[in-house]
Write a protein that binds this ligand. Sequence first.
Ligand code: OKP
Ligand code: ZN
Length: 343
Amino acid sequence: MKTYYSPKHRLRQPKAELHDGQWVPSFESPERMDHILEALKARGLDEPLEPGGYGMDPVLAVHDADYIEFLASVWERWVAKGHQGDAVPNIWPARTLRDIRPQAIEAQLGYYALASDTTLTEGTWQAALAAKDVTLAATEAVLAGDSSAFALCRPPGHHASSSQFGGYCFLNNAVIAAQYARDHGKQRVAVLDVDFHHGNGTQEIFYRRNDVFTTSLHGDPEHAFPFFLGRADETGAGAGEGFNLNLPLPNGTTYRAWADALETALTAIEDFGAELLVVSLGVDTFENDPISLFKLTSDDFSDYGKRLGRLGLPTVFVMEGGYAVAEIGTNTVNVLAGFNAER
Ligand code: OKP
Ligand code: ZN
């Protein structure tokens, strides 16, 4: 399995994150990638490859043009206005206000944000662009005939919607991959999201479509971020009715129940007739993850990697979350090695 990676992710170095009422080091850190690279090497997986450039068309195929213009220019505008620190959204067109887009950058930050956990920083846009190129390179490898590929990217993507950032995400890498596969010959594509958090952006972008099946196992949004999307009754709309499957699970879920839900998702992917699978690979389901609530062990990641391998589909793995930094490498590589063992 080829791995694609770009050191440009380091250009995103968020200074801090407001957590439990305190500014703490950001959970979504550059060091996450170092630990995964180290584990790939230690376990004898292939050396990472650097991606080429894929331009903006694959991005504009799934994100709104005004949102992309905002992301591309926000840092310069923020600095030009004399602001010193990182840009943090803190006012929204909330339910009791007007749904309008004022010109002030402080207002646009909220207009284009879904949470204040995600700061905009000097190199964020360059890092996000590199992440989508890493993902597109992995997708291209699978479209060219590789059985699978791994996009080792950050920032992650699955919370990014057509027009909003948040949950540490800016461009939805998995969605960009799925759409790219649709535009390059695959008729039916499935996105399986195994990150602890619901992939609200992935759901939103494909919600009205029947050519991309989306399914997500996640902490019940009654108790977990992103709270406002991810319930089981969200099954798609219009032509997309029946093409979104949410499998919310309670706090404290262990592997037995998680693996049952995975089988439900895999069966649905087979019934759909997927020709290519994109896996939003978050490993924050781990028992010691600092911001998540499931209880998977490192061995469980190997087991579900095997189950994914047995599905037999061309598969693009796209890195999402995972914040237990000391174990993120082991858990990620366990999935990939388990998958490889079945191919
Ligand atoms: C991104 B991904 C801690 C909570 C802040 C919510 C989690 C975003 C997770 N202060 N943000 O799905 O792993
Ligand atoms: Zn997550």
